[in-house]
Design a protein. Structure first.
Length: 100
C-alpha cells in the first residue's frame, strides 16, 4: 500500500531533521581555519573517515529528501486532479534539476 500524504510528510520531516543534525559538521568546518581543518580531518585516517562518512550521509539524505518531495508533488496532483485520465501527473509537476 502506498504512503499517505501525512506519512510522506512525516518521512520528509524525519529526513530533514537528520540532514540538519548531520550538517552541523559543515558549520563546524566553516568556522575553522584551513590549518585547523587539516589538523582535525586530514592529519590521520580517522579524521578523514569521519569527514567522508558525514559528507556521504549528507548526500544520501539529500537524495532521499528530493525523492520524497517529488513523491509528495505527484501524490498531490493525483488528489487534486478530478479526472485522472485527462491530464498526466507528469505534465503538472516539474522535476528538480541541478545547475552545476
Amino acid at each position: 500500500m502506498a504512503d499517505t500524504i501525512g506519512g510522506l510528510i512525516d518521512k520528509l520531516i524525519t529526513v530533514d531533521t537528520k540532514m540538519w543534525n548531520n550538517q552541523e559538521i559543515l558549520y563546524e568546518i566553516r568556522r575553522m581555519s584551513f590549518d585547523e581543518f587539516k589538523e582535525r580531518y586530514l592529519s590521520d585516517e580517522s579524521g578523514s573517515i569521519d569527514l567522508w562518512t558525514s559528507l556521504s550521509k549528507a548526500c544520501d539524505l539529500n537524495v532521499q529528501r528530493n525523492d520524497l518531495i517529488d513523491e509528495i508533488d505527484d501524490r498531490m496532483v493525483e488528489i487534486a486532479n478530478p479526472n485522472p485520465g485527462s491530464i498526466r501527473a507528469s505534465n503538472l509537476t516539474q522535476k528538480k534539476y541541478k545547475t552545476y
